[in-house]
Design a protein around this ligand. Structure first.
Ligand SMILES: NC(=O)c1ccc[n+]([C@@H]2O[C@H](COP(=O)([O-])OP(=O)(O)OC[C@H]3O[C@@H](n4cnc5c(N)ncnc54)[C@H](O)[C@@H]3O)[C@@H](O)[C@H]2O)c1
Length: 316
């Protein structure tokens, strides 16, 4: 089959592309390299050969997207500017790449005969709501411009299904981690940032008191859910969490990393960050029902694999 992947030079998109190429499919990646890495494209070119094509364009460029989506049955839409602090610093820029970008992807998909768009939604749509689990029937209350922009994308997905008959599935990711997640960006995610610091013998900085918790989801679980979402018949027009249903605090994370690294490095504490959520844990029964999804790699195994990858690389 032929697939198009927006944001395929990024962390999650490159893993989806890698899996599809490994299975013998053809893949077109669309990415403007805003946060994506050429090294990820090199990996894909090595695996895919002439079954892999790269289009260095923005998803907001409809004409370029038309060419890139040609012949694709499914689009995995991963492109976004995925950072809460960056959205607080420049909300218009985030809106452009996330909301306007998603609308453009959907509009071009419906015009080019794409059957289904699988959209990378975000747990940031929930905001800081009370209760142990984030459930899809909660009223969304994003607390950052990034959360609003990602939620806007989901709403466009549902409306495109209802209005134009384009199949869409929104998967709300919760703190994805794993190999190839960039530890060196100024907006790096917490797991690669902490591993890099601790591999250097430095204390990781916790924003706040460290009791905040996340449903950290290893990348293979997210790729697995995306592949299921491409064809699950009942999933079209739906929004669902894609996570593990677990909960790890930042203090637990530092303890687990110390155990894995054989170190005893204490964290240091910084001020809480604007737009940050205190607890984020997914109910995953909807993905279980609609996609037959369950996690395939545990948090502990995923963390060990991520440490091994960062240890082996020279990015640290
Ligand atoms: N990583 C997470 O924990 C997480 C959690 C929730 C949701 N998400 C969503 O998952 C998706 C992938 O995130 P990621 O962690 O792989 O981030 P990433 O930054 O590694 O990947 C995003 C990719 O999108 C590209 N991009 C940005 N704007 C673009 C544009 N206008 N045109 C073309 N390409 C553009 C970037 O260059 C990059 O390659 C995003 O939609 C993000 O909102 C991620």
């Amino acid at each position: 089959m032929h697939y198009a992947i927006t944001g395929g030079a990024g962390f999650i998109g490159s893993h989806i592309a890698h899996r599809l190429l490994t299975e013998g499919h053809t893949v077109a990646v669309i990415d403007n390299l805003l946060t994506g890495q050429r090294s990820n494209l090199d990996v894909l070119a090595a695996v895919g050969g002439d079954r892999f094509a790269f289009h260095e364009v923005s998803i907001t460029d409809a004409d370029a997207l038309k060419a890139a989506f040609k012949g694709a049955e499914v689009v995995y839409h991963q492109a976004a500017l995925p950072s809460v602090p960056r959205s607080v610093a420049d909300p218009l820029e985030t809106h452009h790449h996330c909301a306007t970008g998603t609308l453009t992807v959907l509009d071009v998909a419906r015009q080019t005969g794409v059957r289904r768009v699988v959209y990378a939604g975000s747990s940031s749509a929930y905001g800081d709501q009370p209760g142990d689990f984030k459930r899809e029937d909660m009223t969304p209350r994003p607390i950052s411009p990034y959360g609003v922009a990602k939620l806007t994308g989901e709403m466009y997905c549902r409306v495109f299904t209802e209005t134009y008959g384009l199949e869409t599935v929104t998967l709300r990711y919760f703190n994805v981690f794993g190999p190839r997640q960039d530890p060196n960006s100024p907006y790096a995610a917490v797991i690669p940032l902490f591993i890099r610091a601790m591999l250097r013998g430095e204390s990781p900085t916790l924003n706040g008191d460290g009791t905040q918790s996340r449903d950290f989801t290893y990348i293979d679980n997210v790729v697995h859910g995306n592949l299921l979402a491409a064809s699950a018949p009942e999933a079209s027009g739906q929004v669902m969490n894609l996570a593990t249903g677990g909960r790890i605090s930042l203090l637990d994370l530092v303890d687990k990393l110390n155990a894995l690294l054989g170190t005893d490095i204490p964290p240091q504490f910084g001020p809480p960050r604007s737009g940050d959520i205190q607890h984020s844990r997914a109910a995953i029964d909807r993905a279980r029902d609609l996609l037959d999804f369950s996690p395939i790699v545990s948090f502990d195994d995923g963390l060990a694999r991520t440490v091994a990858w960062l240890r082996a690389g020279d990015g640290v």
